[in-house]
Design a protein around this ligand. Structure first.
Ligand SMILES: C[S@@+](CC[C@H](N)C(=O)[O-])C[C@H]1O[C@@H](n2cnc3c(N)ncnc32)[C@H](O)[C@@H]1O
Length: 377
């Protein structure tokens, strides 16, 4: 949902999304491939680039067993300058294809994230947050010469300082966090167990597969169903898998054929969640206005229906024009609700019910059904 927050649009959500979002993985260099895309076409970028880990020599545990670290060629650069050039090129390519309302996430570690952050600011990106992903199960520091490296950092940024209308699902995140503002430190385990893609030999397919829980939080916080999400460094397709499950369209770029094949199989097996579980979160303020007469126009309530309060002490007749009548008093659901209670004001939506085969139903629930239809159309 687009929330009314500083920098974010105040419009009520009217997202059209499909139950079967498209997912595409393109094999190739991400900079070259992004240059073929239309400018301003992407809603959200999540990038998990090579970290340039600078690991020196073989890493061993105290029992001399080998540590499965990232030693792949795709993570190697000749110098910091080479890494910076590469970073500048892919960030620029992303920036061109981002919509003005789009935002970009980059994940990294102390090896690269400070360089990436500086380049982002130099290119004009506007940093919105840095998120610390705190790992519940980090790898120990085997040599005991430094602190355990227990977190990674994500930079979340808008295209530029004046970007307005970017998606930040503030209220939904707060509701999911027991009505407390969501914080910038996230406690999430590393990707292990069944989620970890393994080959026929039982070995990990990819050294840096990210947890789906992390991507779910990224996508749920800063995108909407139906959005186009892009990951320039697809790997095993974690972003694509989560995007499809959450009803977002996806494009991922990956140079390695084997990783791309594994990612395609993974994403093909994902079932999108039902629309009702993805519909944008609405607060009383952001929800579109629905007049009581719309319930009559849509045939949900018929003229002549009796509305009652929860204890059935009062009964009001629904008129054809959308007003209701209690005795000789005619007025809105709110006005007549107040008259029934002898009070100054009343929220008619949460006072009046209709009788159904399964008992009383609050008319507010009928309004909620209309609103979720509106949000999904
Ligand atoms: C850190 S991994 C991404 C892992 C991914 N987030 C996942 O969960 O599986 C980076 C990936 O980018 C790919 N890569 C590196 N440079 C690339 C480039 N210029 N264009 C496309 N892919 C690239 C690597 O092959 C590697 O799979």
């Amino acid at each position: 949902m687009v929330e009314s927050r500083r920098g974010a649009s105040a419009r009520a959500p009217r997202t059209k999304f499909e139950s079967h979002p498209s997912s595409q993985i393109v094999i190739g260099d991400c900079v070259a491939e992004m240059s073929k895309m239309a400018a301003g076409s992407v809603d959200l970028v999540f990038a998990d680039p090579p970290y340039n880990l600078q690991l020196k020599g073989d890493l061993k545990r105290p029992d001399e067993s080998h540590v499965d670290a990232v030693t792949d060629d795709w993570d190697k650069f000749d110098s910091f300058a080479a890494y910076d050039n590469f970073t500048r090129a892919w960030l620029l390519a992303c920036r061109r294809i981002m919509k003005p309302t789009a935002t970009l996430w980059v994940i990294g570690s102390y090896h690269n994230i400070f360089r990436v952050g500086t380049i982002m600011q130099d290119l004009g990106f506007w940093v919105l947050n840095d998120i610390v992903w705190r790992k519940t199960n980090p790898m120990p520091n085997f040599r005991g010469r430094r602190f355990t490296n227990a977190h990674e950092t994500m930079i979340w940024a808008a295209r530029d300082e004046n970007s307005k209308g970017y998606t930040f699902n503030y209220e939904a995140l707060k509701a999911a966090n027991e009505d407390v503002q969501a914080r910038s430190d996230w406690l999430i385990p590393l990707c292990t167990g069944d989620e970890r893609l393994k080959g026929a030999d039982g070995k990990k397919i990819h050294p840096t597969q990210k947890p789906e829980g992390l991507l779910a939080r990224v996508l749920l916080s800063s995108s909407k169903p139906g959005d186009l999400v892009l990951d320039p460094f697809n790997g095993t397709g974690t972003t694509g898998a989560v995007a499809k499950r959450l009803g977002r369209h996806y494009i991922g770029f990956e140079r390695d054929h084997d990783y791309a094949a594994a990612a395609r199989a993974r994403i093909d097996a994902i079932e999108p969640l039902p629309d009702a579980t993805l519909a944008p979160f609405m607060t009383a303020r952001s929800a579109p206005r629905v007049a009581f007469s719309e319930l009559i126009e849509r045939g949900i309530i018929s003229p002549g229906t009796k509305l009652v309060d929860s204890k059935k002490r009062h009964g009001a007749l629904v008129r054809a024009d959308g007003a209701i009548m209690l005795g000789d008093k005619v007025g809105s659901i709110h006005r007549i609700g107040a008259v029934a209670q002898g009070s100054e004001a009343c929220n008619g939506w949460t006072f009046w019910h209709v009788e159904t085969h399964n008992g009383l139903r609050l008319i507010d629930e009928l309004r909620a059904e209309i609103r979720s239809e509106m949000a999904a159309s």
